[in-house]
Design a protein around this ligand. Structure first.
Ligand SMILES: [Zn+2]
Length: 207
């Protein structure tokens, strides 16, 4: 039997997109990545994927045409259907004073990102991509930690030759990864979404 690439436990009966398909407006890139998944991992993910899409598009829409399309074509429809989410976002929004590119202070609406959905989607994506690039599920007795970033860290940028870089679509998602050859329980993953959101994750043995 084929094992689920996400949980590494159950039998895979379907295929799952990593990162989630919903963050790509149509026409979708041709090089989307899928991995074998069990029904639990597949069904449990769609609500979190939806939340991830909503917040990502709200954060990225001002800087990217494709992200703007993601917002107008998909997120707006999700919010129309989901009044509870719409009012939660409204409650969590804050007027913020920030400096624009020219150094002028302007008022923008800031939206807090649902961090549970964020971390769950990044974690599942890393587990799926680990399988894609190694042919194995993430080793047991490891921990996976997700972090938010404000850009690609300098120490990674300077050692970029060590990392393998993959681009999905027209720069919609770029990720870089490094899996330790001697001990594949160690790996590091960095994601850039729509040039506007960065996240990283690392896997290491449980102490
Ligand atoms: Zn599973």
């Amino acid at each position: 039997m084929e094992i689920c690439a996400i949980c590494g436990l159950n039998e895979a009966i379907t295929r799952d997109h990593v990162p989630p398909k919903s963050i790509f407006p149509k026409p979708r890139p041709e090089n989307l990545i899928t991995v074998p998944a069990c029904s639990d991992c597949n069904n449990g993910a769609s609500d979190l994927d939806d939340l991830f899409k909503v917040y990502l598009s709200m954060h990225a829409a001002s800087g990217s045409d494709i992200a703007r399309r993601l917002f107008t074509e998909k997120t707006a429809r999700t919010l129309e259907r989901n009044k509870a989410l719409l009012s939660r976002i409204a409650e969590e929004s804050k007027e913020l004073e920030i400096e624009d590119e020219k150094g002028n202070v302007v008022t923008r609406t800031g939206v807090l990102w649902d961090s549970k959905a964020h971390d769950a989607v990044i974690e599942r994506t890393i587990r799926g991509l680990y399988f894609t690039h190694t042919g194995n599920v993430v080793p047991r007795a490891t921990v996976l930690k997700v972090q938010w970033l404000h850009g690609v860290p300098e120490d990674i940028e300077s050692r970029i030759d060590l990392f393998t870089e993959v681009t999905i679509g027209d720069d919609q998602v770029i990720y870089k990864y490094l899996i330790c050859e001697e001990d594949p329980r160690y790996s590091l993953w960095v994601f850039e979404f729509y040039g506007a959101h960065w996240a990283s994750g690392h896997i290491s043995p449980r102490e």
